[in-house]
Design a protein around this ligand. Structure first.
Ligand SMILES: Cc1ncc(C[n+]2csc(CCOP(=O)(O)OP(=O)(O)O)c2C)c(N)n1
Length: 618
């Protein structure tokens, strides 16, 4: 039995696992998502547990489609859920915003996971709370795994009661931290429903305005719920202190740790729901001379609290972003510093004892087929070519010595932006796009480039899986999130149907791929080269399971001319021993070598040879 299906008791759960348990306790019947860190493990966990729990889960082709699928289930009376990272919300938003206008019956929950510090989100640091606020849907903000579980259940109940979808908003620390969770009873989810036709599905004007008014009044009623809800609570209520803290989400944990470190007992108002409890907040402010609002990223709560104070005629000094950073993830030290300053405690803040770690650029795995595709494309097209980038493991192609991702905006944008560049410049433009990205947002960009007569070479890095987020299947992978086989959708066929000139190559055959890229690039129009070879990490995991032997390569010192090309290939298995600045020895660390066989093709002196075959059986 999957441990998440344990009847009762306690479990140590990651926030993302607790979300799934909460959904199972709430009787969810249908869930759909597209992976994105920090929310990916919610889907991975659903994928593990769905069959046994008798519910349905899918990895959809993108977040918009996932939201629509979950909405369809909810419209048919099945409790449903969708979840995505903040960028996913951007993609899904066109279908998210109308949802409350139509309403749901038995309950629908959406979860958006923000990523302060951009740990897994290089393109922008986003705070989606304002986005949810303008969508006429409430949100709940958990601080730990217990709340993740409990709040999902509460969100379903509120959704069923108020007939609109409810959001959960999390951040990386809450998604990924593990803490003890007290379990509640499981409820078997209904997976079958019926779509009832009716007037409710037609919101055309003027109906849309009436419904908009209704949504405002639903939010007013939800504010009353917020006033009375125990998820908004005050700690140290009866302290005589004239200073208090208002906080939410992950920041609550930093506040608790600060108070413990400073041995302070001051009132702390934890707000876990939007719409926030305005009357309760005014009451809290009334007794205080000054407060500190502790929240990550934008001053969302702070501005609201200032508004409440102003409307209530209160003169409490409200501090927030004048002491607390508005960029990056908060740390306990930030809160300690702020409280120390405001209360003039004279607390000696010790510099954290951090060991200096040399900074290193992240790198692709040994044997990664993307490395071979980059090498071949650079050889074929030269460094002057503009290389459009996109999102996936191949984002690591930004770094030296590869340097073949000249810009990265959002999933699928590499092709859109490259099209614009190719239209206005005479430069040679090539773009890299992952296979999951192709299905997610790449297809419309290719269609646009073909139809509008672009000159573009698109290299689809088809490693057979959505690798960067943890090997989730996509429509080309041949299996679903329910672990069932499905017919692979062919990238080659789709690209042809889009009107592009298409070729398929194996990146582990360097000459074949280099020649093909050269040949295709010399043609006019949009060329799609599908560079197909399985993610090496996935390959090695399977090899290990099946006891398949993988060759190991070594550098024959008698043949090596120290030309440095193998080091420039940048595989982490290949090393260089230096004496001062002088190269002494090029060698391969066998424990790192995953036997792709590309480096022997890079070496012009045939110095790299297969020496053994190591069995991957553990
Ligand atoms: C809109 C959006 N959704 C999800 C993500 C998270 N994400 C980053 S990389 C990636 C995987 C892309 O997979 P693929 O294109 O196949 O490249 P690979 O990692 O396999 O090289 C995903 C889903 C994102 N950055 N933006």
């Amino acid at each position: 039995m999957h441990r998440l299906l344990q009847k009762g008791g306690k479990l140590l759960l990651m926030g993302n696992e607790a979300v799934v348990r909460g959904a199972l306790e709430a009787g969810v019947g249908f869930a759909a998502s597209y992976p994105g860190t920090p929310s990916s493990e919610i889907g991975d966990t659903f994928s593990e547990v769905a069959k046994e729990a008798g519910i349905y889960f899918e990895w959809s082709s993108n977040e918009k489609v996932a939201t629509e699928a979950a909405a369809g289930a909810a419209f048919s009376g099945v409790r449903s859920m969708t979840f995505f990272k903040h960028f996913g919300f951007n993609v899904a938003s066109d279908s998210v915003y109308p949802l409350p206008y139509y309403g749901v019956d038995k309950g629908m929950v959406l979860l958006v996971a923000d990523d302060p510090n951009g740990w897994s989100s290089g393109q922008s640091e986003e705070d989606t709370r304002k986005m949810i606020q303008t969508s006429h849907m409430p949100y709940l903000e958990p601080s730990n795994s217990q709340e993740c579980k409990d709040f999902v259940k509460l969100a379903f109940d509120l959704s069923a009661k108020f007939k609109i979808p409810i959001f959960l908003r999390t951040t990386t620390r809450v998604n990924h931290v593990r803490s003890i969770v007290k379990l509640g009873p499981l409820e078997k989810g209904e997976t079958k429903g019926i779509f009832k036709k009716g007037r409710q599905w037609n919101n055309l004007p003027p109906g849309v305005i009436d419904r908009h008014k209704e949504l405002h009044s639903i939010m007013d009623r939800l504010e009353e719920v917020s006033e009375n809800s125990q998820i908004n609570f005050i700690l140290n209520k009866n302290q005589k202190s004239k200073f208090g803290i208002i906080t939410s989400g992950a920041s609550f944990n930093y506040v608790l740790e600060t108070l413990e470190k400073l041995n302070l007992q001051i009132p702390v108002f934890k707000i876990s729901m939007w719409p926030c409890p305005k009357k309760k907040i005014a009451g809290f402010l009334r007794g205080l001379r000054h407060v500190l609002v502790v929240e990550e990223l934008e001053p969302v709560l702070e501005n609201e609290i200032k508004r409440i104070a102003q409307e209530s005629g209160l003169h409490t000094v409200i501090n927030g972003k004048n002491f607390i950073p508005s960029c990056g993830e908060l740390r306990v030290e930030d809160v300690l510093h702020a409280v120390n300053e405001i209360l003039k405690l004279g607390f000696e803040l010790k510099k954290p004892n951090i060991l200096p770690v040399p900074s290193r650029d992240p790198t692709l795995c040994p044997g990664c087929p993307h490395r071979a595709s980059f090498w071949a494309t650079k050889t074929a097209l030269g460094k002057d070519c503009v290389f459009g980038g996109d999102i996936g493991c191949y984002i690591l192609g930004i770094f030296e010595p590869i340097e073949m991702q000249n810009f990265i905006i959002s999933m699928g944008a590499g092709t859109g932006v490259s099209h614009g560049i190719s239209k206005v410049s005479d430069q040679n433009v090539a773009v890299f796009m992952g296979d999951s990205t192709f299905f997610h947002a790449g297809i419309p960009a290719i269609i646009n480039a073909v139809y509008n007569k672009s000159n573009l070479t698109v290299v689809v890095l088809d490693n057979r899986i959505t690798a960067m987020t943890g090997h989730q299947p996509h429509p080309g992978a041949g299996f679903t999130a329910m672990q069932e086989p499905s017919s692979e959708i062919s990238i080659v066929d789709i690209a042809k149907a889009c009107g592009a000139q298409v070729a398929m190559v194996n990146p582990f055959s360097l000459k074949q791929i280099t020649d093909k890229i050269k040949e295709m690039n010399s043609k006019k129009g949009v060329k799609v080269i599908v560079s197909r070879q399985a993610c090496r990490l996935m390959f090695m995991r399977n090899a290990r399971k099946q006891g398949i032997k993988v060759p190991v390569f070594q550098i024959n010192q008698d043949k090596c001319k120290k030309c440095d090309l193998c080091i420039q290939y940048s595989c982490p298995a290949i090393h260089l021993e230096l004496k001062g600045k002088k190269p002494v020895k090029y060698y391969i660390d066998e424990s790192f070598c995953w036997g792709c066989g590309v480096c022997p093709q890079v070496c012009p002196f045939q110095a790299i040879e297969a020496v053994t075959e190591k069995s991957e059986k553990k």
